[in-house]
Design a protein around this ligand. Structure first.
Ligand code: 8DG
Length: 151
């Protein structure tokens, strides 16, 4: 146990097999993150698995059910560091049911084109997310698809 707060995020793709677009969400709170883009998700609750938390968060926040693909490898069991107290694990995912809507915590959702690296990285992401977004872009570029279709 590291004592870190566990956060999970979904890199929701238009297709796990042939990813072309990524669903991103603009936060409304807290003030230091309002207006910034992120991977929809949230904190793992007591008694939940990380994957279970991600399913729950995306249902609550976006009203969708998802199929999980591969986890984006951070090289650490806790995932990607967000700050001194929290780390986030991120999974690729695709929609199974529902049309994403900003039901909670976000005021806008957007499908962005993964092939336009400058546009993706030009969004005002939460600062801690930039290395994660870069790793996602790298993974999707180098892979013809198997890396995101597992599970
Ligand atoms: N969901 C999400 N949170 C992120 C990202 N990047 C990042 O630094 N964070 C931070 C923001 C928050 O401090 C924390 C996640 O908390 P949250 O507010 O989304 O969690 P939650 O939905 O469970 O909300 P709550 O119960 O605490 O109100 O992680 C990201 O890409 N997605």
């Amino acid at each position: 146990m590291t004592g870190l707060i566990s956060v999970v995020g979904g890199a929701v793709l238009d297709s796990l097999a042939e990813p072309g677009r990524l669903l991103v969400a603009r936060r409304t709170a807290p003030p230091q993150f309002a207006g910034m883009w992120e991977f929809p998700g949230g904190k793992v609750e007591s008694g939940e698995t990380a994957e279970g938390a991600l399913h729950r968060e995306l249902l609550e926040e976006l009203g969708v059910s998802i199929r999980l693909g591969a986890e984006l490898d951070s090289g650490a069991a806790d995932g990607w560091p967000l700050n001194e107290r929290a780390a986030m694990r991120v999974w690729c995912a695709e929609l199974l049911d529902g049309v994403p809507r900003p039901l909670q915590d976000h005021d806008e959702l957007r499908w962005i084109n993964l092939r336009n690296r400058e546009e993706v990285l030009g969004l005002p992401w939460i600062p801690a997310d930039f290395p994660i977004v870069e790793a996602l872009l790298d993974m999707l570029q180098v892979s013809d698809s198997p890396a995101v279709t597992a599970r």
